[in-house]
Design a protein around this ligand. Sequence first.
Ligand SMILES: C[S@@+](CC[C@H](N)C(=O)[O-])C[C@H]1O[C@@H](n2cnc3c(N)ncnc32)[C@H](O)[C@@H]1O
Length: 494
Amino acid sequence: MVNLKWKGKKDSKEILSKKFTATPFHILDNYQPKDFDLKSEERWQNLLCCGENRAIINSLLDTLENKISLIYIDPPFATGGDFNLKIQIGEDGKYIDDIAYKDKWKEGLDSYLTFLYERLVTMKRLLAHNGSIYVHLDWHISHYVKLILDEIFGIENFRNEIIWAYPAASVKTRHFFIRSYDTILFYSKSNDYVFNNDPNIYMEYSNRVKNALKKDEQGTFYYRGGSHNGKKLSRKVYVVQEGIFPRDVWNDIPYIRANTSEYQGFSTQKPERLLKRIILASTNEKDIVADFFCGSGTTLAVAEKLGRRWVGSDINKYAIHISRKRILNISSSNDILNWKKKYNKTSHSFKILSLEKEIEPQLISKEFLRKNAQIETVHTIQESPELNIEIYQNDNSVIIELIHYNNPYLNLVSEKIRDKITSFSDWIDYWAIDYNFNNHIFNNMWISFRTPKKRELTLTSKPFLYDKPGKYNLSIKLIDIFGIETQKSYKIII
Ligand SMILES: C[S@@+](CC[C@H](N)C(=O)[O-])C[C@H]1O[C@@H](n2cnc3c(N)ncnc32)[C@H](O)[C@@H]1O
């Protein structure tokens, strides 16, 4: 067996035998439909985990060992670059660019491979016996990772090297051939794995074939074509209407562009149609799909729309926020099986988890700060954000209005950005109310948030009716455009 060696490589047995204590998760946010029955058999809630995925994968072993049917990951590729996300401000199309994540590795390829190897070894334990893993990579790293995957999953379980080819129109190089594909390595955990011949995964015929399609008396589709000894024939070639069973070169799925409806402002966002093919081929309804580098939440949104259960994680709090909003707004996204229609259904219940009780406050990147303001200065600010609301109470009915928001960080934001702000609400991206906060889990009972396409924010909530008189703890959670969270609670008597 050929094995790849690098500096710092641990033995997989060493990784697995290391006694880790599964750190318990804290629930940061809870989203559940009113009729959600916590006692029912199907009390599964989809999971969005915020934090470093090594610890998250370890902690998930407690409940999900051998249970996940599909893992898709699109990790950093060790490109040496920074990846951006677009932060939109207010309602009228203004935005700033932030770094979504850095893909620089201090000790180069060795540290990158150690990073990925450790995680892949543990991910294998989460996979069900008939499960599969798809690892999304690019031309310069896939060969190293292929050897690692052969070692972990067994070369006999290597199913495909999928080439996702897309046009790279804007590349101007004349020093080498233009790179215009990604590689997705597909392994199963065993020989007995799910692989569905689902018509919805088929590739479309070329326009030439589509235009030539005809139906015979039985309603079966055919076109006239074929050739023999260089001579064109005009015999009938029978085909199924849905298209052709996919080859391993996928050139029918375009890259995400800023003007597409699914665009979330995340520069490495992958197309929903790519995940649709993978999820439909390798899982069945209700199966669990996981993406431990979920970014803008593409895998989770597609899994949700296809009736699969899902688990996602990301180290970047803003990525978690984008994913959360994407799931909450799923009804107005495109139906994955009928792209021309809207999905029109709300999401299943989900919760946001973290291994830390409170996530470190996210710092505003240097690019946004006034020239002389250092990150350290931002760090030491002790004042809490100013969040003012008005509570309008009429018997058992309550309405909340956001009156003002000012975070001390915001004073350090560069003039260039501050000039773009016309109202206090321009800083706000999301706010939610828990009318009966138990000081522990925040239940998002009323929410207003901006999405890439719908920029308005409602500043006054709808009336909420309390069932019974009593003392309640009403809590407000606000997330600003930098992903900084503020929560404030108020006592009310009904
Ligand atoms: C290439 S992006 C994924 C994009 C995603 N497929 C999509 O469609 O939006 C990689 C993501 O991995 C996250 N990431 C990098 N290292 C991580 C780690 N150690 N734990 C969790 N997430 C990590 C980054 O924050 C980033 O959001």
